[in-house]
Design a protein around this ligand. Structure first.
Ligand SMILES: C[S@@+](CC[C@H](N)C(=O)[O-])C[C@H]1O[C@@H](n2cnc3c(N)ncnc32)[C@H](O)[C@@H]1O
Length: 338
C-alpha cells in the first residue's frame, strides 16, 4: 500500500463495486451460463428461456461480457467467457451459489443496513427480519440450500490445502461440527480411505447434505447427525473439524460452543479449529478485514479474530491450544485439546 499512487479513480472503483455484484448476480441467478453450456445463444433466445425482458437482459449481458464472464459476438450472440465457466452449476469449481447468495435480497439488504449495524451493533439480518441468521435461514428452505451450497463453493477451494497442511492418518473417526454439506470432511476422507466421518449440523442442513453430490465418493463412510452444538456434539470422534464456526458468533456464544465441546468430546481427541486470523500487516490478498464486515452484516455477533483473540477464548473455555498450523490459503488450523 505504502508506495501505491492513489487517484480518484480508485474511489470510483471501490464505490461502484456493487454494480458488478448485481450484474453478475442477475446472470448467475437466471442460470444464463447453464443455458450457454452446449452452444452460444442470442440475448433474445436467452430472454425467452429465462422469462425476462430481452433488451434489459442484453444490457446486463453486454456489461458482464466486458469483464470476462461472457463473450459477445455479432447479432447479440453470447458464449461463455472464462469467468462464466464458474457460474455453471456443474463446474467442479462452481461459484454459482456463492454469487447467488450475495445478490439474494436477504443478504443484499443486510449489507444495505451496514450503517445501522455500526450504530446499533446488530446484524443487518437481525435489523431486517428480527431473527438471527440461522433462525432466519431455517424459515426458507431455498435460503438454507443456497447458504449451504455457498459454504461448499468456498470450502472446496481450500479443502485440499487444509488437508495437506494437517494430514490425518489411520483408522480414525472425523467429526465435522457444523460441516454444512461436508466439503472439508469429504476431502479428509478421500485422502484417508481408512477413516470414517460424522457430519453434524442443524436438521435442515443435514437434509440438504444428504443429497449433496460432493459426498457421493465417501457416502458409505459417513454418518449424518442432526443437532445443535449449543446442546451436544457427537462423542465418538478422534478428530473434530470446526471450520468457520466460531467466526459466526460473538465471544459469549463462541464460549458456549467451546463449553459443549469440552463436555462432549473424548480427552484423547484433537479439535481442529479452522479459521482465518486477522494479521497485523495484511498482504494485498488478505480479505479477512472484509470477511469480518460480512460477519458484522449477517451473523449474530460473529467476527474475524486475531491469534490472541483465539488464545483468550480457548483459555477461558479451559481448552489447550497445542499449535497453529498455517496452510497455503488464508486459513490456519488451530490444534486444540480438552
Ligand atoms: C459458516 S458455516 C460453515 C460450514 C462449514 N464448516 C464450512 O466451513 O464450509 C456455519 C455452519 O454452522 C452450522 N450451524 C449453525 N448453527 C448451528 C448449531 N446450533 N448447531 C450445529 N450447526 C450449526 C450452519 O448450519 C452452517 O453449516
Amino acid at each position: 500500500m505504502e508506495n501505491k499512487q492513489f487517484t480518484p479513480t480508485d474511489v470510483i472503483t471501490h464505490i461502484c463495486g456493487y454494480w458488478t455484484t448485481q450484474a453478475v448476480y442477475v446472470v448467475s441467478r437466471l442460470g444464463v451460463c447453464d443455458h450457454l453450456k452446449e452452444s452460444p445463444k442470442t440475448a433474445g433466445q436467452l430472454a425467452k428461456l429465462t422469462n425476462t425482458n430481452p433488451e434489459a437482459l442484453y444490457r446486463v449481458m453486454r456489461a458482464v461480457a466486458s469483464i470476462g464472464y461472457l463473450i459477445e459476438a455479432d447479432g447479440r450472440k453470447f458464449s461463455l467467457g472464462p469467468l462464466g465457466e464458474f457460474l455453471k452449476s456443474d463446474h467442479p469449481a462452481t461459484m454459482r451459489s456463492f454469487v447467488n447468495m450475495h445478490g439474494d435480497s436477504w443478504h443484499w439488504d443486510a449489507w444495505g443496513k451496514l450503517l445501522d449495524s455500526v450504530k446499533t451493533g446488530k446484524s443487518g439480518v437481525e435489523i431486517n427480519s428480527g431473527m438471527e441468521l440461522f433462525e432466519f435461514l431455517k424459515r426458507e428452505p431455498e435460503n438454507t440450500q443456497t447458504f449451504s451450497d455457498t459454504m461448499s463453493n468456498l470450502s472446496r477451494r481450500v479443502a485440499p490445502v487444509i488437508a495437506d497442511a494437517y494430514p490425518i492418518a489411520g483408522d480414525v473417526t472425523i467429526v465435522d461440527v457444523g460441516g454444512a454439506t461436508g466439503a472439508l470432511l469429504a476431502e479428509f476422507l478421500n485422502k484417508n480411505t481408512k477413516a470414517k466421518g460424522v457430519l453434524f449440523d442443524l436438521p435442515e442442513v443435514i437434509a440438504v447434505a444428504k443429497t449433496s453430490p460432493g459426498l457421493s465418493s465417501v457416502k458409505g463412510r459417513i454418518r449424518f447427525e442432526e443437532g445443535s452444538f449449543f446442546e451436544k456434539i457427537p462423542s465418538e470422534g478422534d478428530i473434530y473439524l470446526m471450520k468457520y464456526i466460531l467466526h459466526d458468533r460473538d465471544d459469549s456464544r463462541a464460549s458456549k460452543i467451546l463449553g459443549t465441546l469440552r463436555t462432549s468430546v473424548p480427552k484423547s481427541s484433537k479439535i481442529l479449529i479452522v479459521e482465518q486470523l486477522i494479521q497485523k500487516d495484511p498482504g494485498p490478498e488478505d480479505r479477512s478485514r472484509f470477511v469480518d464486515l460480512e460477519m458484522l452484516a449477517v451473523t449474530p455477533g460473529g467476527r474475524e479474530r486475531t491469534e490472541q483473540d483465539f488464545r483468550n477464548l480457548l483459555d477461558a473455555a479451559g481448552l489447550s491450544l497445542n499449535k497453529i498450523v498455517p496452510t497455503k490459503s488464508p486459513f490456519f488450523v488451530l490444534e486444540v485439546t480438552v
